[in-house]
Design a binder for this molecule. Structure first.
Ligand code: DPP
Ligand code: ZN
Length: 891
């Protein structure tokens, strides 16, 4: 497996201007004729051979300018097609290949999902359809003719606009699609199948009439309306917020049930994992609705950030992904509650990206080398990439930021761009040098910012001393560039440009109006390793509120006292930091108890009691005013977050006991309030369902209360949960009840699980939730339970959603069982990774990343984890995907 390096980038020696595809669909013998209009690239090497990429392809025929190629003119393997002496003028290559969609279990290229033909070409799946220059900087105009049996494939969809369709004999028909916008091969798509359709129209601000449609399994049309509406809302939002209009006459979304990713932004033909399209109150939770809305928006927004402006090479992946995540986060914040959404995004970042950045798979947002690009669709590229764009907006201000975006789209439209092109647009509009800021793209690892405050009563000043540091991360090794770790020397690490949104809060509440020339619009910019910010004219010692709205993706070391945190929880003007204050109070308790190895029912400690008292005041004052926010304040940091705070020699059982003891304590101390809240928030019978943020917030708070009540009083809580399970009219309430019940061992649990499984036996997406609930039970019996469920008729290793629900939920979200001292959790994961690798290497590799925290756990577990990883690394016939993850994890 060769290493691809950013430093080795060279333009392609040839370009492809037009692609005419003729695809004759057949379950096992699909024939593809690709007619490519090629020419030498003026920026390439004159006379170089033309090397087209392929993967598992069978060549049937080839012609150059209409003539058969002479003997010895080409060399063909399943992985490449080389034309030794291509004409040094424009020429046409016609290539006929044959592929077997039914045998394609990798779900890359052309495959069948529930009988529906569909494609996935990012990052390099197009080469599994035809020989091609499969790289994102080769942009062509595509015309696609798709032919199939009318009975099997009444719906035939391609990129762009439909231009023709017709009959062929008695049983076959065809459709022709033309996409006028030049695009890289990874954005190609086609679909053929029996599909139901819901549709509507949208008129763009430019006056274009667009037909929007969502295609789903026949019979599920009633579950497609929310996604359809989200498309229209996304279109309107991108016009309003970024001035971006849609540019084709049709926009199609197709839901398929076997899909490696969440969804794919193919031009004019987005293909979705059906989990992110189908929604009804009875089958989808509030978070499903929120995810559907966010992912529909994300893929639609790619039409500009990704498609109109694409990436020069895969090292620039964050250019489209980080930016588009930022855009979808903003959309969701505007459509829902901004602080609530921000908290949710930061929780995800801390739960997924921080551990990645602290472990052996750490890599810069723009990696410098890779072995397998499919392993770089990571939380770092996506979520940290989005944080970089957010910081840019904070640094430049919203108006300059918007002008920079306009300039980026204007200057890079129709091109394959780089991170440098992106930053240049903002440098131009702001007149600022962004060279130092660009380090965010280059350095792996989560920075730490240590802060200490000093009040000088005589001078009436308040000084905040900041010191930033970056962990020494084996960056090059992490990026796959070298075989053994090669540590970056600490002195080579550059300080980052860190926007610190801040304010001062008076001890008795209310803001402190202090002045500092270095704070603009509430933001101080830390640009050096150390710096001190002084506020003048401060009458009394204030409480600093730092990194408001989580203004930078850093860890903050700031030794506030409990009283200071309580002040922020009660009085900070920034909602994010109020939530953060509660989290920090809880984290202090959890870390203290985990270190002390606290038993499960630890006697109510004084710090825990202080937290209960503060939460009681908070709930009394405002729980009903903003239930969604209150639900987040009530939710303790996850076990993985506590582990990240402890950093080394982590004992997951001690963390679980600490968290459990605090849940019990809060449940006891707040019990009457929580029950009263549940009653106050109950929906009057007959209330029509709404997935909106306010209704979802009320359900979230009721269920957060249920969770704590059940922790403190399992019998009473289980009774409440069972009643809720029976009476619930939404999947949100039903699933929350099932989750509460699942934590209390006994017959009630087993009965409830059995009934739920029976009720939804024909609903795979609901069974996924049922699989996940069981996979996350923190008990010794769970690995056996999972092995049993793997024999359930609805489970299949071939379906990525099933694997993620039953196996990845266990490996990623059940820390005590994954990290069992006897190694049974590691064994189960490895067994599935190896069984899956031959079928679907991408999903297998992703599952193996659950080991990315293995170095943090205590010695016995660590040795077992390492041995498990070695078993993977040494297994014969590994895919490049899994071998890359195993190798880097052990490096
Ligand atoms: N489909 C994936 C996404 O939109 C990769 N582009 O993030
Ligand atoms: Zn994306």
């Amino acid at each position: 497996q060769t290493i691809v390096r950013l430093a080795d980038y060279r333009p392609s020696d040839y370009l492809i201007d037009r692609v005419d595809l003729d695809v004759r669909l057949h379950p096992t013998e699909t024939r593809v004729t690709a007619t490519l209009a090629l020419r030498p690239n003026p920026d390439g090497e004159p006379g170089a051979p033309l090397v087209l990429d392929g993967d598992e392809l069978t060549l049937l025929a080839i012609a150059l300018d209409g003539q058969p190629t002479g003997p010895g003119a080409i060399a063909v393997t399943p992985r490449s097609l080389t034309l030794h002496q291509p004409p040094q003028r424009p020429f046409v290559l016609a290539i006929e290949t044959q592929v077997n969609p039914s045998a394609n279990t990798k779900l890359m290229g052309l495959y069948r999902s529930n009988g529906v033909y569909c494609t996935q070409c990012e990052a390099d799946g197009f080469r599994r359809i035809t020989y091609f220059l499969d790289r994102p900087d080769v942009l062509a105009v595509y015309t696609t003719r798709i032919e199939g049996e009318r009975a099997d494939t009444p719906v035939l969809l391609g990129n762009g606009n439909p231009v023709a369709q017709g009959e062929i004999g008695l049983t076959r028909h065809y459709a022709i699609w033309h996409d006028p916008h030049p695009k890289p091969a990874y954005l190609f798509a086609l679909v053929g199948g029996r599909l139901g359709r819901v549709g509507s129209r949208f008129t763009t601000m430019e006056g274009r009439e667009v037909e929007i449609a969502v295609y789903v399994e026949p019979g599920k049309e009633g579950r497609a309306g929310f996604a359809l509406d989200a498309v229209a809302r996304s279109m309107a939002w991108d016009e309003r917020t970024f001035g971006r209009a849609y540019d084709l006459d049709v926009f199609n979304v197709v839901a398929v049930s076997d899909f490696n990713m969440g969804a794919m932004e193919n031009k004019g033909l987005n293909i979705f994992n059906d989990k992110y399209v189908l929604a009804s109150p009875d089958t989808a939770t509030d978070s499903d609705y929120a995810n559907i809305e966010a992912i529909i928006a994300h893929e639609y927004f790619h039409n500009w950030s990704g498609n109109r402006v694409t990436c020069r090479d895969w090292f620039q992946l964050c250019l489209k992904e980080g930016l588009t995540v930022f855009r979808d986060q903003e959309f969701s914040s505007d459509e829902r509650s901004r602080p609530v959404h921000r908290i949710a995004d930061v929780r995800t970042l801390r739960a997924r990206q921080f551990p990645e950045d602290a472990g052996p798979l750490a890599h810069p947002v723009r990696p410098r080398a890779y072995r397998e690009i499919n392993n770089f669709y990571t939380a770092t590229v996506y979520e940290k990439g989005a944080e970089i764009v957010r910081m840019l907006r904070t640094l430049l201000g919203p108006d300059t930021f918007r002008r920079g975006m306009d300039r980026y789209f204007a200057t890079c439209d129709g091109t394959a761009a780089t991170v440098e092109d992106f930053l240049a647009a903002f440098a131009h509009e702001s007149g600022r040098d962004l060279t130092a800021f660009a380090q965010w793209y280059e350095q792996a690892g989560t920075p730490t910012v240590a802060v200490s405050g000093t009040y000088d009563p005589a001078a009436r000043t308040y000084a905040l001393a900041f010191r930033q540091s970056l962990p020494v991360v084996a960056t090059e090794a992490a990026a796959g560039a070298v075989d053994r770790p090669q540590l970056i020397q600490p002195q080579l690490i550059q300080p980052l440009v860190i926007p610190v949104a801040l304010g001062l809060v008076a001890r008795e509440g209310g803001p402190v109006e202090a002045v500092s020339e270095r704070v603009h619009d509430g933001v101080f910019v830390l640009e050096t390793a150390e710096d001190t910010l002084v506020f003048e004219d401060v009458a009394a010692p204030p409480v600093p509120s730092l990194f408001r709205g989580f203004s930078a993706p850093v860890k903050v070391e700031h030794a506030l006292t409990r009283d200071e945190r309580l002040t922020l929880l009660a009085h900070d003007g920034d909602a994010f930091n109020r939530w953060q204050a509660a989290q920090s109070l809880a984290m202090d308790v959890l870390v203290g108890r985990a270190k002390a190895g606290a038993p499960r029912d630890a006697e109510a400690g004084p710090e825990g009691a202080a937290l209960s008292a503060a939460l009681a005041t908070f709930l009394d004052g405002e729980a009903l005013a903003d239930p969604a926010f209150a639900a987040l304040v009530l939710t303790l940091p996850e076990e993985q977050e506590v582990a990240q705070t402890l950093q080394a020699e982590v004992d997951p059982d001690a963390i679980w006991r600490a968290r459990q003891s605090l849940r019990v304590q809060l449940g006891r101390d707040l019990g009457p309030r929580l029950r009263a809240l549940r009653a106050a928030l109950a929906e009057p019978a007959g209330t029509p369902f709404s997935p909106d943020a306010a209704s979802a917030g009320r359900r979230a708070l009721r269920n957060a209360a249920l969770d704590l009540v059940t922790a403190a009083d399992p019998d009473a809580g289980t009774a409440l949960a069972l009643a809720q399970l029976d009476a619930a009219t939404t999947m949100t309430d039903r699933l929350a009840a099932l989750a509460s019940v699942s934590l209390v061992p006994g017959e009630a649990r087993e009965g409830a699980l059995a009934r739920f499984g029976e009720t939804y036996r024909h609903e795979p997406l609901v069974l996924d939730k049922w699989f996940a609930v069981q996979a996350m039970i923190p008990e010794d019996g769970t690995p056996d339970r999972i092995r049993g469920l793997m024999r359930h008729p609805a489970f299949s290793l071939g379906n990525p959603n099933r694997v993620r629900s039953l196996i990845a939920s266990f490996s990623l979200n059940n820390p005590t069982q994954f990290h069992r001292p006897d190694g049974a959790g590691y064994d189960l994961t490895v067994e599935v990774v190896l069984a899956l690798d031959g079928k679907n290497p991408q999903v297998a590799a992703r599952l193996l990343t659950s080991f990315n925290t293995w170095r943090m756990v205590e010695g016995g577990r660590r040795r077992r984890a390492e041995a498990a990883l070695r078993r993977v690394a040494e297994a014969p016939g590994l895919s490049p995907d899994v071998s890359d993850i195993a190798g880097r994890s052990l490096a």
